[in-house]
Design a protein around this ligand. Structure first.
Ligand code: HPA
Length: 264
C-alpha cells in the first residue's frame, strides 16, 4: 500500500505536517497517536529495511493532539552500510506529503558527569566528527547548507517550556556523532569532552543535514542510556542501551508527545 492510499483512508485532506524519527527508547510515542495506521517499510519504496535488533521498520500515520504526524519507527544508520544518505528518500517523500518539521530522537551516551543515564537532552548543536555528509554528490548551490541554528531556536524554546511546565528535567547540549558501530574508546570520549560535546551517539546528524537541505525545521532529543566509555564501570553493549532505553521509554515519550502536540 502506498503512503498516498493510506493517507486517503484518513479523513479527506489529511496530510502529515510533522515527521518524527524514533530512536531506541522512544517507541512508546506511537501509543499516544490517535487514528493511527501503520505501513511496514517493506511496502514503502526507498524506506530502509533496518538490520538492528530492537529497531523496528514501520511508518505510522496519525495525530498527536491536533497535529498530523508521520512517525518513522526505524532509521538507517551510517554504520550499517557505510552510506550516510539512507534516510534521504524517506525524508524527501515526507516533505512532499506536506511535512515542514522533522523531530528526531535517539539514544546517546553522556560525556557530562552531571547528566546521568535516564536523562533527557535537547540538542542545540552537533559535531559531525566523521565529517561525512549525505549531500556529497549532489549538484546545485543549495547543497551548501547553512548549519547555524540547524536545531530550530523557536522549537527548542517550545521544548524547554513544555518540559518546565510538565516538571521534567531537560538538559540541552551538543551531540557528537560517531559513525560506529563500535562504541567509543575512553580517549575518544575525552576528546569529545574537550571539543565541547555533551553527548555522543551514532545517528541523527545525517538526517539533520538532509532535513536542512530540504528546508525542514529540526528539533532533536536524546535519551541518555549510559555514561561515555571509561567514565563509569558499566559495560557498554547494545543490550544495555536497549534495556536502559526501555526503562525510560514512558517518560521520554510522554514529554515528546506533549512537545509535538503543541508545536508552534
Ligand atoms: N556511544 C555511542 N552511541 C550510543 C551510546 C554511546 O555511549 N549510548 C547509546 N548510543
Amino acid at each position: 500500500m502506498s503512503v498516498l492510499t493510506t493517507m486517503q483512508q484518513h479523513t479527506p485532506g489529511w496530510a502529515p505536517r510533522i515527521a518524527v524519527v524514533l530512536g531506541s527508547g522512544w517507541g512508546s510515542l506511537t501509543e499516544h497517536l490517535s487514528h493511527a495506521v501503520q505501513i511496514p517499510y517493506t511496502e514503502l519504496e526507498g524506506f530502509p529495511q533496518p538490520t538492528v535488533a530492537g529497531h523496528s521498520a514501520t511508518l505510522w500515520l496519525g495525530n498527536l493532539g491536533t497535529q498530523p504526524v508521520a512517525v518513522m519507527s526505524g532509521r538507517k544508520h551510517g554504520y550499517e552500510t557505510g552510506a550516510v544518505d539512507g534516510m534521504a528518500k524517506p525524508l524527501k517523500m515526507l516533505k512532499e506529503l506536506g511535512c515542514h518539521t522533522l523531530v528526531q530522537t535517539n539514544a546517546a551516551g553522556s560525556v557530562r558527569t552531571d547528566m546521568p543515564p535516564q536523562s533527557l537532552m535537547l540538542l542545540h548543536d552537533h559535531l559531525n566528527l566523521p565529517q561525512r555528509s549525505p549531500l556529497v554528490g549532489l549538484s546545485g548551490s543549495d547543497r551548501f547548507v547553512n548549519m547555524v541554528d540547524a536545531y530550530d531556536p523557536a522549537l527548542r524554546a517550545h521544548a524547554r517550556h513544555t518540559a518546565q511546565a510538565k516538571g521534567v528535567m531537560l538538559f540541552e547540549g551538543t551531540y557528537a556523532w560517531f559513525l560506529g558501530p563500535q562504541f567509543e574508546t575512553p580517549a575518544e570520549i575525552r576528546m569529545a569532552q574537550r571539543l565541547g560535546a555533551d553527548a555522543v551517539g551514532m545517528s541523527t546528524v545525517p538526517e539533520t543535514i538532509l532535513a536542512r537541505h530540504l528546508g525542514l525545521r529540526v528539533l532533536a532529543l536524546s535519551f541518555i542510556t549510559n555514561f561515555g566509555a571509561g567514565m563509569s564501570t558499566e559495560q557498554l553493549s547494545h543490550a544495555h542501551t536497549l534495556q536502559q532505553a526501555q526503562e525510560g521509554s514512558a517518560k521520554a515519550s510522554q514529554l515528546l508527545a506533549d512537545i509535538i502536540a503543541h508545536l508552534p
